[in-house]
Design a protein around this ligand. Structure first.
Ligand code: SF4
Ligand code: SF4
Length: 76
């Protein structure tokens, strides 16, 4: 499942946009909640999850990609 951003939690900092190595959030505008343009390109690296200060990104990991260093709250 591609990442989903909780608009109520997002503070529009843009950190997830900057950190994603494959531009999943391509086309996002500064000061706005990012858009998920290329969700199918997400390879579950967790960078955006770790960068987000407000836990606003929901990412459902496939079993093979579940990282052991994330908390249950971050994995959801
Ligand atoms: S998990 Fe990695 S590849 Fe997927 S959207 Fe976040 S930063 Fe991009
Ligand atoms: S890092 Fe989190 S708070 Fe910042 S823009 Fe992305 S989803 Fe929103």
């Amino acid at each position: 499942m591609p990442p989903v951003i909780d608009d109520a939690k997002c503070v529009q900092c843009g950190d997830c946009v900057d950190v994603c190595p494959v531009d999943v959030y391509y086309g996002s505008k500064e000061g706005e909640t990012p858009v998920v343009s290329y969700g199918e390109d997400c390879f579950f690296c967790s960078s955006c999850i770790l960068e987000c200060q407000t836990d606003a990104i929901l990412l459902r990991y496939p079993l093979y990609a579940q990282p052991s260093y994330l908390t249950d709250e971050q994995i959801k």
